[in-house]
Design a protein around this ligand. Sequence first.
Ligand code: DOR
Ligand code: ZN
Length: 401
Amino acid sequence: MPILIKNCRICANGKVYSKNILIKKDKISKITNKEPKADKTIDAKNNFVLPGLIDAHVHFREPGLTHKEDFLSGSMAAAKGGITTILDMPNTIPATATIEALEQKKRLAAKSIVNYGFNFGSTENNLEDIKKAKNIAAVKLYMDYTTGDLKISDFEVIKEILKASKMTIIHAEDEHVKNAVDILIKNKIKGRVHFAHVSSQRELEYAKSNKLKKQITVEVTPHHLFMNQNDLQHLGAFAEMKPRLKTENDQKALWHGIKNGMVDIIASDHAPHLKEEKEQANYPFGVPGVETMLPLLLDAFNKNMMTLPKIMELCCENPAKIFKIKNKGFLKEGFDADLVIADLDKRQAVRNDDLLTKCKWSPFEGKILKGWPVTTMVNGSVVYDNGNVFNIKAREVQYAG
Ligand code: DOR
Ligand code: ZN
């Protein structure tokens, strides 16, 4: 049953067009000025239609930590935020660092209503499993403290992991970014490296001011873009994550990096913890983010801080390219019908009560943002529409190469 989305505004090649989008089954069949026959019509009301966002960095906490989130709650929150694909992180219990744990996670993720993929954890002694793991986005390597116990300090082990993996996402802070780059250069390692949540000017320079430009990609998070360490005064533990918030200057450097092309993607690092947990003296690190990432970026668009093509590049196109996700990231005929209709004029406050994440809080609570997703479609089915979520199962993504 074909679906026609009428009156879409879309951005392509630096221009804005008014188009109708015909969806057949799970694919974009035509982007056209005509009105082809369809069984169902959705009126986009001249709102902008973007490719669904690909969030390459989420912690959906299943298995083992499902009081904080699970694949259903996390994916519902993602759908509400205009995200149609997520890549999950391995610091669950058990960690996704064995083939068995990966298989178990694949089964659990079947309840997700947005498309999903997995990052495989590295440990001091799982090289064989790293080599065997199939259909993963990347290997995740923790060089610094994180929730769970996946941190690796031995540079020899790190070298072997980088050699064994075609694509490694590294959680490295400060000097560790430089150390990782040095290991790549010294050992002439050819595998690609993606630095997660780069949070400071120094980290950005270490990651990008070297001769490995093509091999290294950089991710920044909305919390490092829209907050800085001054926010700790009123938010306390609710603004504590790893890497921590940095200075205003560092925040500016990340924005500068977006403008000058040093930043390749934006990902939420959605890391939900319950309020009660955050209120304890030894609170855990991390903040939720899937529901607020696109609204924050659309608000930034409305403040002339960033263009819509840049949002699409950093949140849709580049994640698809970097992680080689098949058939996603672009509004193009033949591509998967993963898209989001966004009302750029809608003004609304972030409210804890509205959130679908199990943790039910956001560091951005109370902030009035202009620009919100209104409808999200995954694989040709509407999964979110104006406050309503539809429990339609999505699927695991596939990778090219
Ligand atoms: O703040 C963080 N939270 N940083 C991490 O590295 C892990 C994450 C989590 O899983 O809670
Ligand atoms: Zn993370």
